[in-house]
Design a protein. Structure first.
Length: 126
C-alpha cells in the first residue's frame, strides 16, 4: 500500500501525531478539524456558528490541497459537545455541500481538543 500525505498551510497544522490527510489510491482520509484559525492557531471567537464555519473552511482547504472538491466527499462525521447545535450544522453544511450530499454521522461527545464545540472529519473518493 502506498500512501501520500496531504498538507497545507491554509488549514491548521496537526496538533498531535497525525497528518491533515492521507491519500491511499483514490481515497483521501481527512483528519478531524476543529475550529482553529490557521494563522493564529487559536479557536475562532464568537461562539458555535463561527466555529462550525471555520471547521468547514479548514476541511475545504485540505480537500482542495488534495486536488479534490467537496462534491467528492462521500462521508462526513460530525462531533458536537452539544447536539442542540445539530440544526445549525445542517444549515451551514448546506452552504458547503450540494446534492447528492455525502453520507454522515453526528455524534454527541463529552469534550473535544482545545475546548472546541465541534469537530468534523471526512472521506473523499476520486
Amino acid at each position: 500500500m502506498s500512501k501520500h500525505i496531504i498538507s497545507t498551510d491554509a488549514a491548521p497544522a496537526a496538533i498531535g501525531v497525525y497528518s491533515q490527510a492521507v491519500r491511499v489510491r483514490d481515497t483521501i482520509w481527512v483528519s478531524g478539524q476543529i475550529p482553529l484559525d490557521p494563522k493564529t492557531k487559536e479557536l475562532v471567537p464568537g461562539g458555535i456558528e463561527p466555529q462550525i464555519r471555520q471547521v468547514f473552511e479548514n476541511l475545504k482547504a485540505i480537500v482542495t490541497a488534495a486536488g479534490a472538491t467537496f462534491d467528492q466527499v462521500v462521508k462526513a462525521n460530525v462531533y458536537l459537545t452539544d447536539l442542540k447545535h445539530f440544526a445549525l450544522v445542517n444549515q451551514i453544511m448546506a452552504e458547503y455541500f450540494r446534492e447528492p450530499y455525502p453520507a454522515r454521522a453526528a455524534v454527541g461527545v463529552a469534550a473535544l481538543p482545545r475546548g472546541a464545540e465541534v469537530e468534523v472529519e471526512c472521506i473523499v473518493a476520486q
